[in-house]
Design a binder for this molecule. Sequence first.
Ligand SMILES: N[C@@H](CCC(=O)N[C@@H](CS)C(=O)NCC(=O)O)C(=O)O
Length: 211
Amino acid sequence: MKLYGYFRSSAAYRVRIALAMKGVSYDNVLVHLARGGGEQHLPEYRAVNPQGRVPSLELDDGTVLIQSPAILEYIDEIWPAPALLPSDPLARARVRAIASIIACDIHPINNLAVLSYLKGPLGQDQDAVNAWYAHWIVQGFNAIEPLIDGTAFCFGAEPGMADLYLVPQVFNARRFKVPLDAYPKIVAVDARCAELDAFKVAHPDVQPDAE
Ligand SMILES: N[C@@H](CCC(=O)N[C@@H](CS)C(=O)NCC(=O)O)C(=O)O
């Protein structure tokens, strides 16, 4: 399989964690989101992913999956152990709620395309862009903090789907210097995940394209 990604892409980071948790190997195809106006916009990459976003997962038969939530659910269905989602429907709904706060409510309004639009056509300076970025993380983290059950990971003693969405978002928050003092449970979950090999190998700093 090939994973088209970028070291700093939090959506690709989620998928790297999941593949590492499952022990599935793959080849990295690096798509530099900044170089030359963004390699994601090149026709060669649009032929892989018509949306021009990362990640994309190309299966061994050439089938391409896009959108990290769809890719993650596919991975969990094809390689069921260890399970990323609990079996109980109520517990699954709780996990998906945290994942959705990040994937639906924080990330889409903080991704590169949005920040570039704020800075370019809308003429905002970097301070305004940083304030925008921090605002939406704070809104999301305010909601996530009370949802975490306070045991070890987001829910229970094993990491799962909620954790692999949360850790990349915490990485982004730190990159943009968003204070995390108000989120002791989020910070504790992130620290526990950081001790695990699957999260270590997926970290942006150790990717082949890390800068
Ligand atoms: N909902 C998509 C979001 C993908 C996405 O926006 N990826 C970002 C990087 S994290 C990207 O490729 N941005 C390129 C751009 O904004 O031009 C997913 O979860 O896969």
